[in-house]
Design a protein around this ligand. Structure first.
Ligand SMILES: O=C(O)[C@@H](CO)OP(=O)(O)O
Length: 211
């Protein structure tokens, strides 16, 4: 049996400003760090074998904070661009809440949470799924099936893509799938099963993040 814990990075500098971040490599705020340390205390009873992060530093910093919170010194870690946030293209750096006021809630929700909603110069969630899930199946799943415990730190939308696969959620339902700050997912894998046999949600109470 292998355990997969999936954590979203803590609040970043651009989350705080309400800006679409995508592939922009900004760091955590003090709150993002402190929330992640508290999140780490929820997983201190799991003996992790290795960690995966995206190539963006907000996931590296979150992993460090999680390890501090769970009292672990360090873990062998793989940084993979396949786990990066959705590339928000021309929307990168724009203020989400101003755009929402300009285009209305329905179009805004379509852009943010739709399955195949194009953004000029960027990726759809479907594009994100096409890089995240093959990477997961190739690099991480065999280790879970072999009994390793893995800590994966990624982003709102790269995690939503992975949830679609792990929970077998239809495309039409994806607009309702969120990965909230302060929440981690614990999946159990058994040898021979490509999908998890159990899912638990671990949450810490945090003040809302502006994203
Ligand atoms: O800014 C981003 O890159 C993402 C995640 O914070 O935004 P959204 O939640 O709108 O997909």
């Amino acid at each position: 049996m292998g355990l997969l814990v999936i954590c979203r990075h803590g609040e970043s500098e651009w989350n705080l400003l309400g800006k679409w971040t995508g592939w922009t490599d900004v760091g955590l705020t003090e709150k993002g760090w402190a929330d992640s340390v508290r999140m780490g205390s929820l997983i201190k009873n799991i003996r992790f074998d290795e960690a995966y992060t995206s190539a963006l530093k907000r996931t590296h910093q979150t992993l460090d904070a999680l390890l501090e919170g769970c009292g672990m010194g360090s873990l062998p870690t793989t940084q993979a661009a396949e786990l990066n946030e959705r590339d928000y293209g021309d929307l990168t750096g724009k203020n989400k809440w101003q755009v929402k006021d300009e285009i209305g809630e329905k179009a805004f929700n379509g852009i943010r949470r739709g399955w195949d909603y194009p953004v000029p110069g960027g990726e759809t969630l479907k594009d994100v799924y096409a890089r995240v899930v093959p990477y997961f199946e190739r690099e991480i799943l065999p280790k879970l099936q072999a009994g390793e415990n893995i800590l994966l730190v990624a982003h709102g939308n790269s995690i939503r893509a992975l949830i679609k696969h792990l929970d077998q959620i239809p495309e039409s339902e994806m607009e309702h799938v969120e990965m909230s700050f302060g929440q981690s997912l614990l999946y159990t894998f058994e040898a021979g099963n490509n999908l998890p046999t159990k899912k638990e949600i671990l949450s810490v109470n945090i003040d809302p993040v502006n994203a």
